[in-house]
Design a protein around this ligand. Structure first.
Ligand code: SF4
Length: 348
């Protein structure tokens, strides 16, 4: 694999909670818990204030996600219908061909998306997989879209190869707090995830990293997840916050759903602790309804997954999103252009 960087990557260590919030970037679990516990209107006000200090107030990024290699994954993430050991009806498929992916990317661009994320259900890609995905990255970039990939754990040289192929973002979620992690997945360790994130950073690829709520975690675990994310140095450029989609056949299918207002609180706290991150409403948006999504935007969400499908689960369809953004007076981002267009011109 080609390599452009010679410095050895440093390992990210699991964040040790600090007692207070003494310096920029050092967020304690307790400080984040205190934010989560604020009266909702105070929290929303603080989050919206931070948001307006750092972002155009009406700007929403549209990112489209395509599963380029579905199912048959040897990992056992308890929320995931693509794990081979769970009986979810998801069939294992091969990596999609370049022309198929290009058609999907062109359709996403035509619908107004500016970022195109390609997901593959691998524990860790082999070097020959990286070569094939590199072709996809080059083709999608050729359309003028930002590229993102989520392929599982990466070695350093693989991250370098993806960077050389032109990859803009790599998604690798922390999922939850370290203290709850082994209740969700046992086939890889939290430190493995941090190591992959460090390889991505070392290669000069922007980091997309978030987590999932509604998996039966306690409030302190939600605070712990945000602490891990906010204390990454630097914190991720994109932070997807997912609400568990309870897929029959997965171990977490019977989890109690998160209270929608607690989900809003997570968005607000992500905004406050990571002011320059794109905070993305991700999986589970379909279940939130328009009013809760509006609160999430008020809380500082400024990115959505956009399209009819999220890997293998449903997502609000494009027309519904166009209408919602219009109702709320939100504007789709045009990357490469400082001017933001109305949703009517950006999405048609
Ligand atoms: S989340 Fe990713 S790594 Fe985990 S089982 Fe699903 S596809 Fe595999």
């Amino acid at each position: 694999m080609p390599s452009t960087t010679t410095a050895a990557p440093q390992a990210i260590q699991l964040h040790r909670p600090v007692a207070s919030r003494p310096v920029r970037g050092a967020w304690s679990v307790q400080a984040i818990q205190a934010l989560l516990d604020k009266p909702l209107m105070d929290l929303l006000f603080e989050a919206q204030t931070v948001h307006r200090d750092h972002w155009p107030k009406r700007d929403i990024e549209l990112a489209t996600l395509l599963s380029v290699k579905t199912g048959g994954c040897p990992e056992n993430c308890g929320y995931c219908p693509q794990a081979a050991e769970f009986d979810t009806g998801v069939k294992a498929e091969k990596l999609m061909a370049v022309d198929e992916v290009l058609r999907a990317a062109q359709a996403a661009k035509d619908a107004g998306a500016t970022r195109f994320c390609m997901g593959a259900a691998w524990r860790a890609p082999k070097d020959r997989d990286i070569e094939k995905v590199s072709e996809l990255i080059g083709a999608v970039k050729g359309l003028g879209l930002q590229t993102c990939a989520t392929l599982g754990m990466l070695e350093w040289h693989q991250a370098q190869a993806l960077k050389d192929a032109g990859l803009d973002y790599y998604n690798h979620n922390l999922d939850t707090a370290p203290e709850y992690y082994t209740d969700v997945v046992s086939t890889r360790a939290y430190q493995d995830r941090l190591d992959t994130l460090q390889h991505v950073r070392s290669a000069g690829i922007s980091v997309c990293c978030g987590g999932i709520v509604g998996m039966g975690e306690a409030p302190v675990h939600r605070a712990g997840l945000i602490a891990q994310l906010a204390n990454l140095d630097p914190y991720p450029e994109s932070v997807p916050i997912n609400s568990l989609v309870r897929v029959p056949g997965t171990p977490l299918a019977d989890s109690d759903p998160i209270d929608p207002l607690d989900f809003v609180r997570m968005i607000a706290v992500a905004r406050i602790t990571m002011p320059r991150a794109r905070v993305r409403l991700s999986a589970g948006r379909q279940q939130l309804g328009e009013a809760v999504q509006a609160l999430c935007f008020l809380a500082g969400a400024n990115s959505i997954f956009y399209g009819d499908k999220l890997l293998v689960t449903g997502n609000p369809d494009v027309e519904a999103d166009v209408q919602l953004l219009g109702k709320l007076g939100l504007l789709a981002t045009r990357h490469g252009s400082a001017s933001l267009k109305t949703h009517a011109t950006a999405l048609t």
